[in-house]
Design a protein around this ligand. Structure first.
Ligand code: NAD
Ligand code: DAU
Length: 359
């Protein structure tokens, strides 16, 4: 992650509201910024939904330039209060309902947090910020572009074509963010990223769900025929991309972020089976025998693939870790953090799992 030819340590003082900082990507972004910038104060504003976990930030919570505030971004007055309390100068907005399957069950929660919540943050930023040096960074997803066939890539010019309530809510929020740039000259940047993986990911998502099930010798539910393709990015590489875009991205612009690491789901699950079997000293092929092809996700997008040449060429960013190495590191982390995994999977998760996978 030190492969960049710039150093922002001389950067001015900022008080950055990072929303959703207790979630999977958010905790990595907070850790990255706290380790790199001692002139910034980071305010983590998070509602602590099922996906938010302060355990994810235990190692940095006592940093002098870090504060946590329990914040629901849907509550406009609460957003204003945080702004006033800290005099927020910049925003990195990650808070969202993020799981596609849950959006199929309950779209309303996604519209509230992802659309209304984003609209609230924009309104307050626009009201409070004058012409000073500010930045509103909206973290979004490649799913806004829809679904690809076997060829082609999403570029920043690909027309939006969201196909799930989750991606439609993120697309709506992207449009709102751009509208504030054009209408009010709010200093915004947006990034649209591919699938992240790594430590601290909630085990509703494919990789940690499979790791947890392999460890516990449970069935491994692969949707459809397993040929859907995702482009996997190591989560710390996403954090480093957010760092460069936050500091060097051109106002009003969008940057696609991706790992250039496409895998079919079934290939990925096979890799995870082999890695976990080997690390647990189980016979080769043991975990694979638990793979079950189950009913497909409704409206399941076939393939996502990112053309990341804009951020690579213009901002000198590149991903650092290939999937095999990243998956090994991820499995090691989950094996070493069995308490974290057990805590997360002991409560509501059981009901969630029962509802989605047993019925
Ligand atoms: P996550 O579900 O792990 O975390 C979301 C966080 O937002 C949680 O801490 C949760 O408590 C918080 N939150 C939810 N509703 C809130 C509300 N109303 N007010 C305040 N906080 C609230 O999600 P993630 O995977 O870390 O994703 C973070 C962001 O990155 C999201 O905007 C997502 O759309 C985007 N993204 C994710 C991926 C990925 O692969 N995970 C890829 C591209 C983009
Ligand atoms: O592309 C970026 C997006 O990646 C983010 O915006 C989302 O927040 C994030 O959740 C992720 O969305 P996906 O739907 O691609 O991720 P998920 O881990 O849910 O699923 C990955 C693939 O694996 C997908 O094709 C569905 C499949 N799958 C998933 C689960 C949970 C299975 O086959 N079985 C499963 O049990």
């Amino acid at each position: 992650m030190e492969n960049f030819d710039y150093n922002y340590m001389e950067a001015s003082k900022k008080t950055i509201l990072i929303t959703g900082g207790a979630g999977f990507i958010g905790n990595h972004v907070i850790r990255f910024f706290l380790q790199k910038y001692d002139t910034y104060h980071i305010v983590n504003g998070d509602k602590l939904t099922y996906a938010g976990n302060l355990e994810n930030l235990k190692d940095v919570e006592s940093s002098p330039n870090y504060s946590f505030e329990k914040l629901d971004i849907v509550d406009l007055e609460a957003v204003k209060a945080i702004w006033e309390k800290y005099n927020i100068t910049d925003v990195i907005h990650l808070a969202a309902e993020s799981h596609v399957d849950r959006s199929i069950e309950n779209p309303a929660a996604f519209i509230e947090t992802n659309v209304i919540g984003t609209a609230n943050l924009l309104a307050v930023a626009n009201e409070k910020w004058g012409s000073g040096d500010h930045r509103f960074y909206h973290v979004s997803t490649d799913e806004v572009y829809g679904s690809l066939g076997e060829t082609g890539f999403f570029t920043e010019e690909t027309p939006y074509d969201p196909r799930s309530p989750y991606s439609a809510s993120k697309a709506s929020s992207d449009h709102l963010v751009r509208a504030y740039f054009h209408t009010f000259e709010l200093p915004i940047v947006i990034s649209n990223c591919s699938n992240n993986y790594g430590p601290y990911q909630f085990p509703e998502k494919l990789i940690p769900l499979m790791i947890n099930n392999i460890i516990n010798r449970k069935p491994l539910p692969v949707y459809g025929d397993g040929t859907n393709v995702r482009d996997w990015l190591w989560v710390e590489d996403h954090a480093s991309a957010i760092d460069v875009i936050f500091h060097k991205g051109k106002l009003g612009e969008t940057y696609n972020i991706g790992g250039e690491n496409e895998l079919q789901n079934i290939e990925l699950v096979h890799m995870l089976c082999d890695i976990v079997d080997e690390k647990l000293g189980r016979p080769s092929g043991d975990a694979k025998s638990s793979i079950k092809f189950v009913t497909d996700r409704k409206g399941h997008d076939h393939r996502y693939a990112i053309d990341a040449s804009k951020i690579i060429k213009q901002l000198n960013w590149k991903p650092t870790i290939q999937p095999r190495e990243g998956l090994e590191k991820t499995v090691d982390w989950y094996l070493e953090h069995s308490d974290w995994l057990n805590n997360i999977t002991s409560g509501d998760y059981k009901q969630y799992y029962e509802k989605f996978y047993t019925h």
